[in-house]
Design a protein around this ligand. Structure first.
Ligand code: NPQ
Ligand code: MG
Length: 373
């Protein structure tokens, strides 16, 4: 395939309810979408970078600049390429996995459409639908949290994940466990703790959590720190931010830093690397699940394809449109009463962008053409 023209489109989607985490309070989603026109046809990508660094080093304006200045030129220089060779060319640029994943996603969509193949089939999906869990931000009070979670349990979500941070951990987890004794419950700290908090984190052992996600930092020494913590708590440790590649996953497993892995394509540079992480985890019998970044219907569609792979045995952070937004850039993503969302079967991502819907939320469009790469 050949690159002909690219649109970098910024959209603004208000969140229906604030999503507060140790990373800050999110009220709106400022999102970058990428529309790639190729000789084979059009494809869409979604960038999961947040407006500010926090979850990781990446941020939206930075990702947009890297795409325009370095990634698109690297891909265009190949002349004729496939998504896999494009990903290999982008790998020459260090870092910026969310920016790379955005470009790769759009190229996969375009390339698979002309080949009449769905992303799920291309990646090796075996599931027609995906079990969904809900990720719940830090609430105003334990009472407010109980009310919020009650609604999600009624809607059928198959697992509840609570965001925790120092000062908001044992109390909310205990309250939810007492009120919902049988719910599959887990906690995500987004790296808010240090090794000195091990004893506090061990108090969570009392609540039968399915896992504790990324309690400690992902920087230097992070895998060793998690391995040490894993020996001090009974709750299984899951890593998110720390797993930046298939190589990192192998390292984490070998060190005993985690017994579960959260896979997000954006965090690891794309869906092809995400599949390789799935493969190495499966080879080590480590269960994986598909993480989320509050994506639109485009990102949710791609995540559904990934979560259809056989090793994704735990509920995903894949949400129906109504969980986050009043409207979407695609047809609304819907979850059934049993907490399942159907994996798209159409070619490429298998969902269509609704032009009027995306136009209505667009805040800016940057066009990149061959003369500029
Ligand atoms: C996680 N996501 O698993 C992330 C992190 C995260 C669904 O819990 C705005 C948009 C704020 C995306 C905060 C979920 C966010 C965000 C945290 C994603 O760690
Ligand atoms: Mg996480």
């Amino acid at each position: 395939m050949k690159l002909e023209r690219v649109e970098l489109r910024r959209i603004d989607l208000p969140l229906r309810t604030p999503f507060r985490t140790s990373l800050g309070l999110e009220l709106r989603r400022d999102i970058l979408l990428l529309r790639a026109e190729t000789a084979d046809g059009v494809g869409w990508g979604e960038c999961v970078a947040l407006p500010e660094p926090g979850y990781s080093e990446e941020y939206l304006d930075g990702a947009s600049a890297v795409i325009r200045r370095f990634l698109l030129p690297a891909v265009a220089a190949l002349g004729d390429f496939t998504p896999a060779t494009a990903a290999a060319a982008m790998a020459a640029v260090p870092g910026h996995p969310m920016a790379k994943a955005t470009v790769e996603m759009a190229l996969l969509d375009a390339w698979l459409r002309t080949r009449e193949t769905s992303l799920a089939d291309h990646l090796g999906g075996v599931r027609a639908s995906v079990d969904c869990g809900v990720s719940v931000g830090i609430a105003e009070s334990v009472g407010a949290l109980l009310a919020e979670v009650e609604g999600y349990v009624e809607q059928g979500y198959r697992r509840v994940k609570l965001k925790i941070e120092p000062g908001w951990d044992v109390e909310p987890v205990r309250a939810i466990r007492e009120r919902f004794p049988d719910v599959a419950l887990q906690a995500d700290a987004n790296a808010a703790y240090t090794p000195a908090d091990a004893r506090r984190l061990a108090e969570l052992d009392a609540f039968e959590l399915v896992m504790l996600e990324q309690p400690l930092g992902s920087g230097d020494g992070g895998l060793r720190d998690h391995a040490a913590l894993a020996r001090m708590v009974r709750t299984p440790i899951c890593l998110d931010e720390s797993i930046t590649s298939a190589r990192a996953a192998v390292e984490a497993i070998a060190l005993g830093a985690c017994s579960v892995v959260n896979i997000k394509a954006g965090r690891v540079g794309g869906y092809l690397e995400a599949r390789r992480i799935h493969d190495v985890c499966a080879a080590h019998s480590v269960p994986v699940w598909c993480g989320g970044m509050l994506e639109t219907g485009l990102g949710q569609a791609a995540n559904l394809a990934l979560a259809a792979l056989p090793g994704f045995t735990l509920p995903a952070d894949i949400a129906p449109t109504e969980r986050y937004f009043d409207g979407d850039v695609t047809e609304a993503v819907v979850m059934d009463a049993e907490g399942r969302i159907v994996v798209p079967t159409g070619a490429g991502l298998g969902v269509e962008v609704v032009d009027e819907a995306v136009e209505a939320v667009t805040t800016g469009v940057e066009v990149v053409v061959p003369e500029s790469w």
